[in-house]
Design a protein around this ligand. Structure first.
Ligand code: GAL
Length: 808
């Protein structure tokens, strides 16, 4: 019987409103009214919002632009970057109109509601400083735009129509990157019995695991007296595998240990997930039912050995990610997140750090399913400011509440293997900061005794002196490759994490000559070179981290800054306009891989071949000039040919970090035609080859979708890579043609992005220029299944069209 009811519950959770007799979860995604500005009476039920914009949530009000250099222009010295004198920084927060106040209003009714029920209003993120009103009355407020939070609104809700009003305010000078704006994550209402399991009241751990059995400990907090709890565990195929009933409560908590025979362990390679269904009874009456997905896995951090997952020493091959999704802004979209993770998986990446704030639930769900370890971070500031209106304004009142919510909401995700209480917080200096570090770490430990806590430290010398670094569970170093050895000796933990590494800068498909390794290099076109030799004053090129990762067993891994470009922080062009997004990404803002992608892939992806040549071979005007060629490959050596002439064999060697990880032909003279590389295996036998050809004039548009079949849910996306080729089908790597997009049928044009950090074209408008011969068009499904057609046209070009499908 229980199983039948459970099935019923599961099937219905797939729709917007999920019913069981016990719980209703209603996602407030449609029928929102939105208006920018401040309105004194907008909280009132009868406020006239008929002229307001109709929108759906998740929503980012700022992503529609226009870009404007005066928005949130900051006159600052970026101390973290070693600056001493304040200068004007345009584009630091993306130059998109995210500042100011705005209101959201939604009228909804709750099916199954009776006034003896308990009602929870849950926000998964609201940017920022939300003030929340229900039926004309203030329900509560929060501060940090990245936090998940909820209120018990039982006393505010009524039968029939309810009116929810939310005011959000983003101050200027509140961020170091584009924070987005609005209700950018889900909002939902949960209706349940008074006697029920608390919000985020389930905590599942796996304290004992061997080959034959695992002990699954389940703590369940519930609002009940003299009740009982049945917890049943199901495997990934839905088979019931064990169950336990208890009526012993400790305070308001049940504590169960359930045995799983022959456990299948969760890991990035085998992301196996179980499910626990908790049923709460009073007598024989079932009062509540909650389903929680979990994994069985063991993590250990040990001196000199480092990090082990399920008993195997494992290094983090990780990337840091900001929360924006490029052309979508910050509005959460699962298809966009899934695409990011698919790209990262192919690179061989096994871990993500949510820099510098709470990850979305969707991202964690995908990491559980697709197999990524997760470092979940909380803050970029504690009590001392980095920016005038940053989190320091809220720290004393909110830090504990924000951490409690982060941990309680996400602790059952097997992907999370570490918490971070902060990134490069100025509190690294001074005694008060040491106390704060301890205080925050203790809160994490109290809420979750199973995972360690780190801080990404940039003031490494100061933290060696003060004891700050010594007290952390995991000492995280941001950059500072020259201090790893000293930190390892001075800190007591016996291992070091590269919590943030590299910060190499490059623009996809852009190459600069002469090819030299340089810091803070700037060019007139506000682009950075893709020879991957340019970094910031505080940062370094990837190879320097690789040396530490490979040679020091006590370095437990790295999180590269960053997996994808993000909006804002356009270093090294913080002072240049137009420049409004980052250059740090391994892939660009459109998700298109830069050359660096293949450098990481050649190390990290152990199953597939990598053989990548750079630069492109279209250098009209450079005939006879030195045009170095680099090859990123998992093979040790290769021979290069220009129009059939050998340029010699290069072999990886330890003479410099670059020579160890790249094959480089520094003296090649450009002549148009054909560039070919032949790679050799360890025995010197040719095993793979790759060729680049000089292209003629752009002739024809080519469309290449990442997915051809979408879900007809009104949210799913196909990312179509658009490029142009010449008459012979050779890709044109420098094309900048202005293209136009049209979508017909059961889909709509959502956005486009070309990865150019200096472009001021808006993503949602159906036209954009190619950048280095490419861009990406996002096609979104509607709620109806059927055929979708994308048309791409450009002056003087043979147009492209593509058929996609969407199904229920
Ligand atoms: C780090 C910081 C990041 C980003 C990065 C750019 O110091 O933690 O948020 O600013 O520098 O290199």
């Amino acid at each position: 019987m229980h199983q039948i009811r459970f099935l019923f519950f599961i099937i219905l959770t797939c729709t917007q409103v999920s019913f069981s007799q016990l719980r209703t979860v209603k996602e407030l995604d449609i029928n929102w009214k939105f208006q920018k500005g401040d309105f004194e009476n907008a909280f009132q039920v009868d406020f006239n919002d008929s002229k307001w914009e109709n929108i759906s949530v998740p929503h980012d009000w700022a992503i529609y632009g226009p870009f404007d250099k005066d928005i949130d222009k900051q006159d600052v010295a970026i101390v973290q970057n070693g600056e001493k004198v304040a200068t004007e920084k345009t584009g630091r927060t993306g130059a998109l109109p995210h500042t100011g106040s705005a209101w959201y209003r939604n009228k909804f009714t709750l099916p199954n509601y009776e006034n003896r029920k308990k009602v929870i209003l849950l926000f998964e993120g609201a940017m920022s400083e939300p003030q929340i009103y229900l039926n004309g009355k203030k329900v509560g407020a929060w501060a940090y735009g990245y936090s998940y939070f909820y209120f018990d609104v039982s006393e505010f809700i009524k039968e029939g129509e309810n009116t929810l009003a939310v005011k959000l305010t983003n101050k200027e000078f509140a961020s170091r990157w584009y924070p987005g704006a609005g209700l950018y994550r889900k909002v939902s209402v949960i209706v349940k019995n008074k006697e029920s399991i608390n919000q985020w009241g389930t905590f599942i751990t796996t304290p004992f695991i061997n080959k034959d059995e695992a002990k699954v400990n389940i703590k369940t907090k519930a609002s009940i007296k003299n009740g009982s709890l049945i917890t049943t565990i199901f495997d990934a195929d839905g088979n019931q595998i064990s169950t336990d009933k208890t009526s012993i409560e400790f305070g308001n908590e049940f504590d169960q240990n359930i045995k799983v025979q022959n456990p299948r362990l969760w890991s990035p390679e085998t992301p196996y997930l179980y499910k626990a269904v908790s049923q709460l009874f009073v007598g024989n009456d079932l009062k509540d039912e909650v389903s929680t997905r979990f994994g069985i896995r063991d993590i250990k951090y040990e001196a000199n050995k480092g990090f082990s997952l399920n008993g195997e020493v494992t290094k983090f091959k990780g990337v840091c990610l900001h929360h924006d999704l490029g052309p979508l802004g910050t509005a959460i979209n699962k298809a966009a997140l899934r695409r990011q993770l698919t790209i990262l998986k192919d690179m061989g990446c096994n871990a993500i750090r949510s820099s510098h704030n709470m990850p979305s639930f969707e991202q964690l769900e995908l990491c559980d399913e697709m197999g990524f370890m997760f470092l979940a971070e909380s803050f970029d500031e504690w009590a001392k400011p980095k920016v005038k209106n940053g989190y320091h304004r809220f720290f004393n009142d909110y830090a504990e509440k924000d951490i409690v919510n982060l941990v309680q909401a996400t602790r059952n995700h097997p992907s999370i293997v570490m918490w971070s209480s902060g990134n490069e917080v100025p509190d690294q200096r001074g005694e008060a900061g040491v106390k704060r570090a301890k205080w925050l770490q203790d809160i994490f430990h109290r809420e979750d005794p199973t995972r360690p806590v780190t801080v990404g430290m940039d003031q490494v010398k100061a933290t060696m002196e003060s004891g700050f670094g010594a007290l952390l569970d995991v000492p995280g170093l941001n950059y500072r490759v020259h201090l790893y050895e000293e930190a390892y000796k001075k800190f007591p933990q016996g291992f070091i994490l590269g919590s943030e590494t590299a910060s190499t800068v490059s623009s996809r498909g852009v190459y600069k000559f002469p090819v030299v390794q340089e810091k803070n290099k700037q060019y007139e076109d506000f682009q950075s070179s893709s020879y991957d030799l340019e970094a910031c004053s505080w940062s370094n090129v990837p190879d320097e981290d690789f040396v530490l990762q490979d040679d020091k067993p006590w370095v437990i891994g790295e999180f590269v800054w960053t997996g994808f470009d993000y909006l804002g922080e356009p270093t090294p062009y913080d002072e240049s306009w137009p420049s409004r997004s980052s250059y740090f990404g391994i892939s660009d803002l459109a998700g298109l891989p830069k050359d660096r992608f293949y450098l990481y892939r050649s190390r990290w992806n152990k199953t597939d071949e990598t053989l990548h040549i750079l630069p492109h071979w279209n250098w009209e005007g450079r005939e006879g000039e030195i045009t170095p060629v680099f090859v990123y490959t998992n093979y040790d050596s290769a021979e290069l040919f220009v129009n059939g002439k050998s340029m010699g064999i290069q072999k990886k060697n330890a003479s410099t970090p670059q020579n160890r990880y790249r094959l480089m032909w520094m003296d090649v003279k450009y002549e148009p035609g054909n560039l070919k590389v032949v790679a050799f295996n360890a025995e010197g036998i040719p095993v793979a080859e790759k060729e680049l050809k000089t292209a003629g004039k752009p002739y024809k548009i080519i469309l290449d979708p990442d997915r051809k079949t979408l879900h007809a849910d009104g949210k799913d996306l196909s990312y179509v890579t658009v490029s142009v080729v010449d008459k012979n089908g050779i890709p044109c790597p420098k094309a900048t043609n202005q293209l136009k997009f049209k979508v017909t049928g059961h889909g709509k044009y959502r956005a486009a992005c070309n990865g150019d950090a200096t472009s001021l074209e808006m993503f949602h408008l159906p036209t954009m220029k190619l950048f280095s011969g490419k861009l990406v068009v996002l096609v979104q499904s509607t709620n109806e299944s059927g055929t979708i057609e994308l048309f791409v046209t450009g002056h003087g070009l043979k147009s492209g069209n593509l058929k996609l499908n969407s199904t229920d």
